[in-house]
Design a protein around this ligand. Structure first.
Ligand SMILES: NC(=[NH2+])NCCC[C@H](N)C(=O)O
Length: 304
């Protein structure tokens, strides 16, 4: 299988989509590992499996309609496998196997057949202490944006998934990329004030545009840097509530085709009317309650 990912929006040819089946029992509050799930469990609104199955099948239908080849991991019983994004990620023609949070460790095993198809020559394994998840890695041609949490704080948060060491290693493997680390605000219990992964606060769309939530960044200078790179008129700003609902985490099938949640009215209208995009709207409200959305549910393998 030939991998090719140079950005977030090129015409998608093949992708792994996570699995909705056999999610297992709802975690006890103290065992949740992201703020959005914490909020859902606390309020008794954690999604039911049948709703997750329905939402992911809507997503799959849109992908197939656009002639995308869709792979699935194999099923692990009683284990949440919705968020394929974090397990591994592709940069150019290499697949990097993430070192994900212990609570999700078993998920990786379900990708063994996919990894085998990629072939060992194109797979990069990282040292155990280099923690990284695909949701924190955004590839944008010469740029590689990586969400992180610096200092001692890293150990204190379950929602801090990418450390400095992993970024250093990426720099060694990809010396030609401009690797930009972006420190994200963290909060394990309040999804209005903490950001789980970079793709929950920032996501490029089209050829030169992005969706961004300003307060997701610890340093305003990081946010300004992104504004400089994309140009202010090319940035769609989302509000705190829109960030909480996971607006930034939509998924591009092509520069002019995105898959979005039907409830993201303000943003979808902007994408359509101001930026001329085709917006495929699907219901994805229930999956959002577990801390991820459309980008998080996918692991792109090849784009044109
Ligand atoms: N790329 C993402 N934002 N993924 C979302 C993952 C959500 C999942 N509940 C976790 O905490 O790991």
């Amino acid at each position: 299988m030939k991998l090719n990912i140079k950005n977030e929006t090129g015409r998608l040819k093949s992708v792994v989509l996570g699995l909705p089946n056999s999610m297992g029992p709802v975690h006890a509050l103290e065992h949740s590992y992201d703020a959005k799930s914490y909020h859902s469990i606390q309020n008794g609104i954690y999604p039911r499996e049948e709703d997750i199955i329905m939402e992911m099948s809507e997503f799959e239908k849109v992908l197939l309609k656009h002639d995308v080849e869709v792979f699935r991991p194999h099923l692990i019983h009683d284990y949440n496998q919705v968020f394929a994004r974090d397990v591994a990620f592709v940069i150019d023609d290499k697949m990097i196997i993430s070192n994900i949070i212990q609570d999700r460790y078993n998920e990786q095993d379900a990708y063994r057949k996919i990894f085998a198809r990629v072939g060992w020559k194109n797979i990069i394994n990282l040292p155990d202490s280099a923690h990284i998840e695909g949701g924190d890695v955004i590839i944008w041609n010469d740029f590689l944006f990586v969400g992180t949490c610096f200092s001692e704080d890293y150990r204190n948060y379950k929602t801090a998934r990418t450390n400095e060491y992993a970024i250093e290693i990426l720099k060694e493997y990809f010396p030609k990329k401009r690797i930009i680390d972006l420190e994200l605000t963290k909060n394990d219990f309040d999804a209005f004030s903490g950001i789980l992964h970079l793709d929950c606060t920032f996501n490029p769309v089209g050829k030169d545009k992005c969706i961004i939530y300003k307060d997701g960044f610890v340093d305003e200078s990081d946010y300004r840097l992104l504004l400089d790179i994309f140009g202010e008129e090319n940035c769609f700003h989302v509000t705190k509530e829109e960030m909480f609902e996971m607006n930034p985490n939509i998924f591009s099938i092509a520069p002019d085709i995105v898959v979005s949640d039907g409830s993201f009215t303000r943003m979808n209208e902007h994408l359509r009317n101001e930026w001329g995009m085709t917006v495929e709207e699907i219901p994805y409200r229930e999956i959002a309650k577990m801390g991820g959305l459309l980008r998080c549910s996918t692991l792109p393998l090849a784009r044109e």
